[in-house]
Design a protein around this ligand. Structure first.
Ligand code: THU
Length: 146
C-alpha cells in the first residue's frame, strides 16, 4: 500500500502520459471520433494500457480507462497507483479528458480513493493530478456494504 507522502516521480508521470497519447492510435472511435488513451500504473510498477472501443450499438462502447482496468484485473492484478487519461476529437488533444462516472466507479472498486492518482494531460508538460476521492467524493464502495 502506498504511503500518503509517496510522490509520483516526474519521469514516471511523463512516461505514463506518452503511453496514453500513443494509445489514442489504437482507439476505435468511428462514431464519436473522440479518441481516448489510458495508461494504468500498478503498485508493482507495471503499466496496463487501454483505449476506447466503440460499437454500432452505442451503449456497448467501452471507455479507455475500463479497458485498461479490465485488462489488468483479468490478469490477476488488482493494486493500482495511478492512471493517465488523454483524449480528443480526431486524436487532437484540446482539453483535459476527465473520466466518466462509470469509469470512476470502476476505479472505486479497485483503488484506495484517497491514494489513487488520476493524471489528466494535454501534453507531457501540461497535466493535472487528482485523487479519486477528489473526482468521486463520497463514492460508494465495498466498505458501504458492511
Ligand atoms: N470515453 C472514454 O474512453 N473515457 C471516458 O471516461 C469518457 C468517454 C470515450 C467513450 C466514447 O468512445 C467517446 O469517449 C465519446 O464519449
Amino acid at each position: 500500500m502506498r504511503r500518503d507522502n509517496d510522490r509520483m516521480d516526474h519521469d514516471v508521470i511523463q512516461e505514463l502520459i506518452q503511453t496514453a497519447i500513443n494509445m489514442m492510435n489504437y482507439s476505435y472511435a468511428p462514431y464519436s471520433r473522440f479518441h481516448v488513451g489510458a495508461a494504468l500504473l500498478t503498485e508493482n510498477g507495471s503499466v496496463y494500457t487501454g483505449c476506447n472501443v466503440e460499437n454500432a450499438s452505442y451503449s456497448v462502447t467501452n471507455c479507455a480507462e475500463r479497458t485498461a482496468f479490465f485488462k489488468a484485473v483479468s490478469e490477476g492484478v488488482r493494486e493500482f497507483r495511478a492512471i493517465c487519461i488523454v483524449g480528443g476529437r480526431d486524436k487532437i488533444i484540446q482539453d483535459y479528458a476527465a473520466p466518466c462516472g462509470v469509469c470512476r466507479q470502476v476505479m472505486m472498486e479497485f483503488c484506495d480513493a484517497e491514494a489513487f492518482q488520476i493524471i489528466l494531460a494535454k501534453s507531457v508538460d501540461e497535466y493535472q493530478i487528482f485523487t479519486l476521492k477528489e473526482l468521486l467524493p463520497m463514492g460508494f464502495g465495498a466498505a458501504n456494504l458492511g
